[in-house]
Write a protein that binds this ligand. Structure first.
Ligand code: NAD
Length: 338
């Protein structure tokens, strides 16, 4: 990079999109000249907000389609503060000479902790107990909990988040079985994880937690046939993607009592309340609105990685967090390569 280009880059207009009130101070301190928007912008409003920007920092709810990108000829660096970049048309970015950066790991522990927040609050009836006490009844009857120690946890996907879940579950004294296309030796040794077949996981687990990405192979991986194989009274946790579970089959399994609880941070067709109404309203379903990622550490890391990419690019360097293909590589015996 010659000095002239670095100087041009350092003068580029910066636009930050989807910045919550809590994060605006850190953005303004680091980039006082930047334009900052808190809302999700679409269509003309998005083009207007970004039309003079050489650099844009966004999040997952803003779609940079071909149509939008073609109207942003000044844009050179597009940083999404997320792991995934499906909301950005990579092909058009390549053609337009736009560098795309992401945040490869903003804190998998935050999502893993949410799995246990859902489990502990539900299995120990925290919300009902609080309501009961507030209603004047300081009485434990009807609030008998379910302990985690000694229960079998089935982890589907032992990547960054699944590994953290195994670490926490080991601390609780749970037995852990897992499936993944690649086995990770470290978690077998450290947390006693036993890799088993998908059917064995479904049959043995008291609690099943999903941590695989949304792909053609994983879509509806938990379907009516899978529910049939599960233990009666199994508990299902999904903090990965809604598409992994066939929602109608889940509703059926809840109605028969085959599933004792479904704890869901993600839903199929997340924005369609009407479609999910019956599932959400079911007394044995606890839903959070895709908040597993949303905590102090993770938000701080999302912004600091995005700031780093912008600063590296402005200094004329190639940012270290340019989006790379997420290929998990196993050796011939199915062990994850480092
Ligand atoms: P990761 O890439 O580190 O791990 C995914 C694991 O799934 C890998 O070990 C991979 O080998 C395995 N896998 C992929 N396809 C498989 C298949 N067909 N069969 C068996 N194993 C398979 O990903 P991660 O960071 O741990 O994220 C896991 C999931 O969590 C993703 O779906 C991600 O979108 C979701 N997520 C949700 C939130 C939230 O706020 N709810 C936040 C971050 C990530």
């Amino acid at each position: 990079m010659d000095q002239g280009s670095a100087t041009m880059r350092s003068m580029a207009q910066i636009t930050f999109l989807e910045v919550d009130a809590e994060d605006q101070k850190s953005v303004r301190e680091r980039f006082p000249e930047a334009q900052v928007f808190d809302r999700v912008l679409q269509g003309k409003a998005l083009v207007d907000a970004c039309k003079d920007a050489g650099v844009v920092s966004c999040f997952i709810h803003t779609s940079f389609t071909k149509e939008i990108l073609m109207k942003l000829p000044q844009l050179r660096l597009l940083c999404t503060r997320s792991v995934g970049s499906d909301h950005i048309d990579a092909e058009t970015c390549k053609k337009q000479g736009i560098t795309v950066c992401n945040v490869p790991d903003y804190g998998s522990h935050v999502i893993a902790e949410h799995v246990f927040a859902l489990l502990l609050s539900t299995l120990r009836h925290v919300t009902e107990a609080d309501a009961k006490v507030e209603g004047g009844a300081f009485d434990y009857h009807g609030l008998r909990g379910i302990a985690l120690r000694g229960k079998t946890l089935g982890i589907v996907g032992t990547g960054k988040i699944g590994r953290r879940v195994a670490e926490i579950a080991h601390g609780f004294g749970m037995k852990i079985v897992a499936v993944d296309q690649c086995r990770t030796l470290e978690i077998i040794d450290r947390f006693g994880v036993q890799y088993v077949s998908p059917d064995a996981l479904l049959m043995q687990s008291d609690i099943i937690t999903l941590h695989v990405p949304d792909t053609k192979e994983t879509e509806h991986m938990i379907d009516a046939a899978a529910f049939k194989k599960m233990k009666a009274g199994a508990i299902l946790v999904n903090t990965a993607r809604g598409s992994l579970i066939d929602s109608r089959a889940l509703l059926g399994a809840l109605k028969t009592g085959k599933i004792a609880y479904a704890l869901l941070d993600v839903l199929e067709h997340e924005q369609n309340f009407t479609e999910n109404k019956e599932l959400i309203a079911h007394p044995k379903v606890v839903t959070t609105p895709h908040i597993a990622f949303y905590a102090d550490d993770s938000m701080k890391n999302m912004f600091s990685d995005s700031f780093l990419s912008i600063e590296q690019w402005m200094a004329g360097e190639t940012p270290e967090h340019v989006v790379k293909p997420l290929n998990v590589v196993c050796d011939l015996s199915g062990i994850r390569k480092p």
